[in-house]
Design a protein around this ligand. Structure first.
Ligand SMILES: C[S@@+](CC[C@H](N)C(=O)[O-])C[C@H]1O[C@@H](n2cnc3c(N)ncnc32)[C@H](O)[C@@H]1O
Length: 269
């Protein structure tokens, strides 16, 4: 089968980076995530391995982040077998196949139409996984979300690409629509925006970070949110790696400015 051609724009292109890193992790000697679907899916999509290779050094952090989000998802669905997962900005991630989904639960993958359509073409997902082709910032698709089910909204590698107003609008819609649940997401420190954006420009990636995390601002703006977890991605990566990489991430985690570069957050509401 020849690979699917892709016509991706802006932040849509970044889901090839995370997919590549999961594939790279899965074929490594000490996988952090061990995503057994990533290799087959990557092979089904046209991509430029030379361009993706520039991001190889992020393999452990990106896969440690995904693994912790998998663990939080399993814990949530364990506590709430009737729960609902909103997999926002899902890209080509195999999470609904990686985690155990109780028979009474609901799973909704959401990404912009170009990515959601590609997702439908390259995955053979079970019928009970719903795929929504929409921007998370559009109000219409929220009508498909059950208001009464406990709801876990996952946003992995998403919020940093949205404007601050859009991040708050998504959280507002979640809190208005859903009676109870959690929101889990990774976020970058504000100081990383110009640095990351310069790196994107240098590597020819047509996207930019637009939102930097400020916990006090988030909870002031959304007082229903109660913090459950706040972990550094370097701490996760150090726990999941061996040898020199382990010590490299331990070193990052000892320096506050580096430790704060990317953190993983979980709030209940
Ligand atoms: C870095 S990728 C992460 C993909 C996936 N979560 C993963 O970890 O592999 C960012 C994803 O966010 C999606 N995205 C960006 N803006 C979006 C929006 N406004 N609505 C829905 N998805 C969006 C992109 O299309 C892309 O799939």
């Amino acid at each position: 089968m020849s690979p699917e051609s892709v016509d991706l724009r802006g932040s849509e292109t970044t889901m090839l980076i995370t997919l590549y890193l999961r594939e790279r992790d899965a074929r490594s000697a000490h996988p952090v995530l061990g995503d057994r679907f990533a290799g087959e899916v990557l092979a089904r999509v046209q991509h430029d391995p030379g361009a993706l290779r520039w991001f190889s050094s992020d393999t452990a952090t990106i896969c440690a982040r995904a693994r912790r989000l998998d663990e939080w998802t399993v814990a949530f669905l364990g506590e709430h077998p009737d729960g609902q997962v909103l997999h926002l900005g899902c890209g080509l991630d195999s999470r609904p196949l990686r985690v155990a989904r109780p028979p009474g639960s609901r799973w909704i993958d959401v990404d912009v139409p170009r990515v959601a359509d590609l997702r439908r073409r390259v995955y053979d997902l079970p019928d009970d996984i719903e795929t929504v082709s929409a921007s998370v910032t559009e109000p219409g698709w929220w009508e498909r979300v059950d208001a009464d089910r406990p709801t876990l909204a996952l946003a992995e590698g998403l919020f940093m690409y949205l404007s601050p107003a859009d991040v708050h609008a998504v959280v507002d819609r979640l809190l208005t629509r859903c009676a109870s649940g959690e929101v889990a997401f990774d976020a970058v420190a504000g100081w990383t925006l110009p640095v990351s954006n310069a790196a994107f420009a240098l590597l020819g990636v047509d996207t930019r970070f637009a939102w930097g995390f400020d916990g006090a601002e988030l909870t002031a703006r959304h007082p229903r949110l109660r913090e459950r977890d706040d972990v550094t991605v370097s701490e996760l990566a150090s726990a999941d790696t061996v040898g020199p990489r382990h010590w490299l991430y331990r070193g990052f985690d000892a320096v506050p400015v580096l430790r704060d570069a990317m953190r993983l957050h979980r709030y209940a509401f």
